[in-house]
Ligand binder design. Structure first.
Ligand SMILES: Nc1ncnc2c1ncn2[C@@H]1O[C@H](COP(=O)(O)OP(=O)(O)OP(=O)(O)O)[C@@H](O)[C@H]1O
Length: 606
């Protein structure tokens, strides 16, 4: 980071603990960043702080230093925390961020002389064992700093063996995220459990709606600190981060993404997708396309893809991040949801691509801020589809975020066609792939409806045909939004040349099950036809006196028999119809899940 000479650690109005000063310098932090210089004296001097500073400006150390100092002062006086007690609680919205903060603390505390005490931090996260395991570990390690995500932090504090009366400092990293409606109830309960006398620090690059909530957390007279970038026009954006937009029709996004990945010189890039299913689907598809393009000598060599989203096991997520950020001679590309939008500090990420803008405009700033950190150069590009979405440029400009046109990009149309053909062939080879594409498409539409800028992102204005092509769909799933699709094809069939009955699974067991189901439903149709035939014959053989219908009606009745057969068939689970019902069931199920998850954890969706 470009250090300003006057911001040395010695220029603080008090003297840092000698071991801490040494630890900072040994970790390469020769001097303070502006946010550290503004925050540390106030926060260490017992003020509550609400800090807004651009992404990558060093907010983590701005709270870690006062936290460690306060614990050391306490330990100097009391020599130890009583069993079950701790000194500081740091809350952040994601597990990745919790581990990152733990690493920053660990790198410093190893310099702490442990004559009397050993400084320790412990992460306490949902999805990693039970809270009882966390508590048992805590009893063994006697960690003084707890780093947690909100739900597990609350469970931990509510455990009878955990005593919170010695907690002196509460930190909310990505505070605006922690205080939004998804976490606010946990946060108020946590604030009630912790002692009144604690100091509170809130940190984020965006703080639009936070200020009303500070008093709920028991902050008394907080100081608001805003550190803007020295960028001429963009005060919310780091000075060396360049922001671009490009108008790209939905069905050209994948081709254009490959073009950017190939033509830009970068070391690490993050590509954002809206949902977990979209990440996992496009990870498979893009990997396949990459190997096709490579084999056919169509470029895109030396690119390695990684995928990250909240539905992956924590262990997988951790491994993915370490592979993505580890040493490599490839261009590493992380396909991710917003689980990697905030706080993550991955060295050398110099390109961020957003296939779609995020639903919350504040997240846009956080996503872009994964590049251009700590004074390094970076580029962020967002794709906007032609039409209403173009207004996003003015919308962001009103929020003081200026986007520049990436300009005309010439890319190879042949390669573009190749991408579509290869995607189609790949999907045709396995029915499961098309099912995944369908799910990804449905989650995309659902996500689109959540945009806070509803006048720009309208479901009615989406180009569903092009969007379906982006996902390589052969058929529209049944969903309420189909009413917006012009010239909606009969049965939703986009590609009429695809025979859905013979479209098979690559997995033999799955395929056998499907064939059995198909067979039993066609038997059911036959049985039903036979039953109707018998009934008709019986009616025909009745004596004239008992038959209510006249001969004149006979022709009509044989016609209505055919009609009723047809109708009954429609009620039976024939292959095509069953699929539509499946699509529909998926949607209903996912709607139910969405409602449930909206009331539980928002981050399941990331
Ligand atoms: N004093 C310093 N000197 C040199 N580098 C620093 C200093 N402080 C922090 N950094 C580096 O700057 C980078 C960004 O820091 P950090 O992750 O704390 O930013 P942030 O402001 O929290 O960003 P975000 O808003 O994205 O969470 C890190 O790589 C960190 O090592």
């Amino acid at each position: 980071m470009a250090a300003e000479s006057k911001l040395t650690w010695d220029s603080l109005p008090y003297k840092l603990l000698p071991w801490l000063r040494e630890a900072l310098v040994s970790n390469g932090y020769e001097s303070m960043t502006p946010v550290q210089a503004s925050v540390i004296p106030l926060f260490s001097g017992n003020k509550d702080v609400v800090v807004q500073a651009v992404t990558g400006s060093g907010k983590t150390l701005a709270f870690v230093i006062p936290v460690l100092e306060k614990i050391c002062h306490f330990l100097r006086e009391e020599s130890t925390f009583k069993k079950g007690h701790f000194g500081s609680l740091i809350i952040c919205p994601t597990k990745e961020l919790a581990f990152q903060i733990e690493a920053v603390i660990n790198n410093l505390v190893e310099f702490c002389p442990d004559e009397n005490y050993k400084l320790k931090a412990q992460v306490v996260l949902g999805g990693m064992g039970t809270v009882l395991t966390d508590v048992q570990n805590f009893m063994k390690t006697r960690a003084q700093v707890i780093i947690a995500t909100p739900g597990r932090a609350l469970e931990f504090l509510q455990h009878s063996m955990v005593k919170s009366s010695s907690c002196q400092v509460l930190i909310l990293d990505e505070a605006d995220r922690l205080l939004d409606h998804n976490f606010s109830s946990e946060m108020s309960l946590i604030a009630k459990i912790l002692p009144r006398q604690k100091r509170v620090g809130m940190f984020s690059a965006t703080m639009s709606a936070v200020i009303d909530d500070v008093f709920k957390l028991g902050m008394s007279n907080p100081v608001r600190i805003t550190v803007k970038s020295d960028h001429l026009s963009q005060k919310l954006i780091p000075s060396k981060l360049k922001l671009f937009y490009s108008i790209v029709p939905a069905d050209e996004k994948i081709g254009f993404l490959f073009h950017l990945l190939e033509s830009y010189q970068f070391k690490r890039a993050i590509v954002y997708f809206p949902t977990c299913v979209c990440v996992s689907y496009f990870y498979l598809l893009l990997n396949h396309l990459l190997s096709c393009l490579n084999k056919q000598g169509n470029g895109c060599k030396g690119i390695k893809l990684h995928s990250l989203h909240g539905k992956l096991q924590l262990e997988t997520r951790t491994k993915t991040l370490s592979h993505f950020s580890g040493l490599s001679d490839c261009k590493n590309v992380l396909l991710s949801t917003d689980v990697a939008a905030r706080g993550l500090d991955i060295p050398d990420v110099d390109l961020v691509i957003q296939l779609d803008p995020p639903t919350d405009p504040d997240v846009f700033v956080h996503r872009c801020g994964r590049a251009g950190r700590a004074g390094k150069p970076g580029t962020a590009v967002v794709f906007l589809t032609p039409g209403l979405e173009e207004n996003y440029v003015d919308f962001m400009s009103m929020r003081k975020v200026e986007l520049h046109d990436l300009g005309n990009v010439h890319y190879n149309p042949q390669r573009f066609e190749l991408i579509h053909t290869e995607s189609r062939t790949w999907l045709l080879a396995d029915r499961a792939r098309h099912e995944k594409a369908t799910k990804a498409f449905v989650t995309y539409i659902r996500h689109y409806s959540k945009h806070s800028a509803a006048s720009i992102f309208r479901l009615s204005a989406l180009d569903y045909w092009r969007l379906a092509k982006e996902f390589s769909l052969f058929r529209f799933p049944k969903m309420p939004e189909n009413r917006f699709i012009h010239d909606f094809p009969e049965g939703g069939f986009i590609d009429k040349s695809v025979n859905f009955e013979s479209h098979s699974y690559l997995n033999t067991q799955k395929e056998n099950e499907r064939l059995q189901q198909l067979c039993s439903s066609s038997k059911a149709v036959q049985l039903n036809d036979a039953m109707l035939d018998r009934k008709a014959r019986k009616e025909k053989n009745l004596p004239w006196s008992k038959n209510s219908k006249s001969k004149v009606n006979e022709k009509q009745s044989s016609f209505s028999l055919k009609e009723s057969k047809k109708k009954k068939r429609l009620l039976l689970p024939e292959a095509g119809i069953r699929e539509t019902q499946e699509d529909w069931k998926d949607l209903v199920r996912s709607n139910k899940r969405r409602k449930a998850s909206e009331t539980t954890s928002f981050f399941n969706d990331l």
